[in-house]
Design a protein around this ligand. Structure first.
Ligand SMILES: Cc1cc2nc3c(=O)[nH]c(=O)nc-3n(C[C@H](O)[C@H](O)[C@H](O)COP(=O)(O)O)c2cc1C
Length: 223
């Protein structure tokens, strides 16, 4: 910080950060009429683009009064019913979803100059679906989920580690069962927007939203 407002930006200055986007476009002609198919096409490309965590997404929730909060979680599955992630039902997002069952999801894939925004209604997945996913997780992750009172204030790390050790000993022979406080949420989209970076900030934005019939309306939004 120089304190001088018009000082020349240093090579690492935020003022020098400026990217042109030119990798691809997204036209109405090429967009799939179905947002899930369009998501699938982009997600598949992201999977094959060797991104570090293409399934990482921001999930925004809000209290009943509308105070928002956001965090990253991992998308674990999706189909025409919606987008599924797993978490603790009693953490902050769990509490907010219980009183205000809506969420916004955002994927950002900078290497592809793409963003996807989803807004929808949230519901818990069926307990059997959570059970199946829980059982598929590595033992350490299962035990970790059992140990952590997610988003509660804790005195130190040592208590968590000790409890993990204890559970590991108890579960040497018996597989852990999913805690009721942990499971999946599915976000059933009301709208899905695909953003493709373009030159001169004239980005392509196509938003799908549910019309009056079953068909999705596709609208182009100004960048
Ligand atoms: C890359 C990444 C992936 C994450 N994946 C998950 C996840 O799948 N589920 C989850 O509950 N928290 C995940 N987290 C942690 C959350 O961001 C957050 O700290 C936690 O869910 C508590 O959120 P809450 O304050 O809304 O309760 C992840 C964090 C990062 C950075």
């Amino acid at each position: 910080m120089t304190g001088v407002p018009d000082a020349a930006p240093s090579p690492k200055s935020i003022r020098r950060l400026r990217k042109e986007y030119a990798l691809a476009g997204l036209s109405e002609a090429e967009a799939d009429p179905d947002p899930f198919a369009q998501f699938g096409a982009w997600f598949d490309e992201a999977l094959h683009a060797d991104l570090r965590e293409p399934n990482a997404m921001t999930v925004a929730t809000a209290t009943r009064e509308g105070l928002p909060s956001a965090r990253i979680v991992l998308l674990k599955s999706w189909d025409a019913r919606g987008f599924v992630f797993y978490t603790n039902y009693e953490g902050q997002k769990g509490r907010e979803v219980a009183e205000n069952p809506v969420a916004a999801l955002v994927f950002y894939w900078p290497e592809m100059e793409r963003q996807i925004r989803i807004v929808g209604d949230v519901a818990r997945v069926a307990p059997e679906e959570s059970d199946r996913y829980f059982a598929s997780r590595p033992l350490g992750s299962r035990l970790g989920a059992m140990v952590s009172p997610q988003s509660g204030v804790i005195p130190d790390r040592a208590g968590l580690e000790a409890r993990l050790q204890q559970l590991a000993t108890e579960h040497q022979e018996i597989a852990p069962t999913r805690p009721e406080s942990w499971g999946g949420y599915r976000v059933a989209p009301r709208s899905v927007e695909f953003w493709q970076g373009r030159p001169n900030r004239l980005h392509d934005r196509l938003r799908y939203r549910q019309g009056t019939s079953d068909a999705w309306l596709i609208e182009r939004l100004a960048p």
